[in-house]
Design a protein around this ligand. Sequence first.
Ligand code: SME
Length: 150
Amino acid sequence: MLESLKSEVAAILKDSDKTVDSRLQVVCELLRKSIPYYDWVGFYFKNGDKQELKLGPYAGEPTDHTIIPFGKGICGQVAISNENFVVPDVAAQDNYIACSITVKSEIVIPLFLNGENIGQIDIDSNTPDPFTEADERFLEFVNQKVAEIL
Ligand code: SME
């Protein structure tokens, strides 16, 4: 399933008639509706020169966490670590920012442009421990394709 979504993602991102944000929006919606355990899908990007992330396009319930300081929560940690962060059980995390009480697990994959960590894709799931290495590889692919249009 993830493999077949790759070409759809690539096609959406190539559509230069649309703004970058609207293409990212369509990608978020595609992932959310296609993958049963992706309940919230969004992009965060570094907010200018500030040591914080700003919410970009997303699909799912609105979140209060539109700004996340570097170091805070799973997202803020990934902004600093430059590493994928897979959280099978959010209740077991100390440094976690809850967006919804229904969320059980999360995956955050950094997005690199010319080797620099400039943002991330964040997925929340209402299913416990659903993410595998296939999700990591797939989301790395998505971020790579996004970087090509930034
Ligand atoms: N749970 C994230 C905050 C962002 S929401 O999931 C949309 C975190 O701990 O950084």
